[in-house]
Ligand binder design. Structure first.
Ligand code: GTR
Length: 367
């Protein structure tokens, strides 16, 4: 049977393409992605990436020479949670000088060295009814959790750094909130109720950006959790899929960033000339665990762009099951669906030994 002209042509085209593909020297995943999509190449040198993001986006953290304090000022048992509650007083450095703040932690009864989830909170950590920090759910897994309110460290106000002299690469509030999270970790690694190898940092939205910046810099963070972190979080700027722009975020929240973020990069995300992207920051978390979570209706943070950030970064992990992504229905928020996704991820990674719901389900099913 004679083939049509079109069939011949497409057959020849296929052959040409095959030969061309075989002739192309093998390229790294990063180059392949770049050629295909226009996303800037990923920076695989972690130290270089961290220097870049410090200098250009979140600001350079100054040396901190004065003494560090961490003191448990209150310990009590909370019967209805079957946990011990500790109030920890810490000091930290901020662009406005030294600051004392308190973190509140819950440590489950009967767990010797518990994995711990540090939650960066919008609300006072003394509040026990906070749907964004579901204590019962976390403790029921056998995990400890510690939270502090970010505004106890630096007030979240666009004018908060007005009146102080800021170099172009000066650190902003995200970096200061992140240092406070590291100060909490300084304490946690000394607390005998905690497994120092299983420390997670969890943040939502602006505090999701903060969680990523913390996990990228602080290697004691074994699991970095970015929930709906959006622009300058997990979302790729390139391709401007949807949501907030560099122009908007640096105009409305100048105090979050180094002045360089606006001075150097405003508009470059919109015209596709930005020389870097957030996948390089996510990659700085590797080989430690990374969880990126999105909400389907969260246009501003842009779930498709957050997923793309994760997708472009995850080839850096040798074990790709160590970089997790989930999207849940609904709006911008962190709720028990998100927490369950993060706790399940930790369980899959063996954080709860044999006591995890997954382990017991698998056993029951005889898997
Ligand atoms: C928005 C901001 C986002 C995100 C969010 C939040 O106004 O534009 O970047 O951080 O706030 O933190 O809830």
């Amino acid at each position: 049977m004679k083939r049509s002209r079109q069939q011949c042509l497409s057959g020849r085209l296929l052959a040409v393409m095959l030969v061309a593909a075989l002739a192309v020297p093998s390229v790294s995943a990063a180059e392949w992605y770049d050629a295909k999509t226009g996303v800037p190449p990923i920076e695989l040198d972690r130290a270089k990436a961290l220097r870049f993001f410090a200098e250009n986006v979140y600001g350079v953290r100054p040396e901190w020479k004065s003494e560090r304090h961490a003191e448990v000022v209150k310990t009590e048992h909370v019967d209805e949670l079957s946990a011990t509650r500790k109030v920890i007083r810490l000091n930290t450095l901020t662009p406005l000088g030294e600051k004392t703040f308190e973190a509140v932690g819950y440590f489950p009864d009967g767990v010797k060295r518990a994995p711990v989830f540090v939650y960066l909170s919008f609300r006072a950590a003394t509040e026990t009814k906070n749907s964004r920090w579901p204590l019962k759910l976390i403790l029921a897994r056998g995990a400890a959790t510690v939270a502090f309110c970010y505004e106890d460290v630096v007030k979240d106000d666009a004018k908060v750094l007005d009146g102080i002299e800021r170099a172009d690469n000066a650190w902003g509030a995200i970096s200061a909130w992140s240092l406070a999270a590291s100060r909490v970790i300084d304490y946690l690694v000394t607390d005998g109720d905690v497994d120092p190898a299983k420390i997670a940092v969890v943040g939502h939205s602006r505090l999701g950006k903060t969680a990523i910046w913390t996990g990228a810099n602080d290697e004691r963070v074994a699991m970095t959790v970015s929930n709906d972190s959006g622009c300058f979080g997990a979302r790729l700027h390139a391709r401007n899929i949807c949501g907030e722009t560099i122009d908007r975020i640096t105009a409305v929240f100048p105090h979050w960033f180094a002045p360089n973020a606006r001075k150097l990069y405003k508009g470059m995300d919109e015209n596709g000339t930005l020389p870097f992207d957030q996948h390089s920051l996510l990659a700085a978390v590797a080989p430690r665990l990374l969880a990126v979570g999105s909400a389907a209706d969260d246009w501003w943070a842009c779930p498709s762009g957050e997923m793309a950030g994760w997708e472009y970064a995850r080839h850096v992990w040798k074990d790709q099951t160590s970089a997790d992504y989930h999207v849940r229905p609904g709006k911008h928020d962190i709720n028990s669906v998100d927490w369950n996704a993060y706790l399940d991820f930790a369980a899959r990674k063996g954080w709860f030994g044999e006591t995890t719901s997954e382990a017991s389900t698998s056993k029951q099913e005889g898997k």
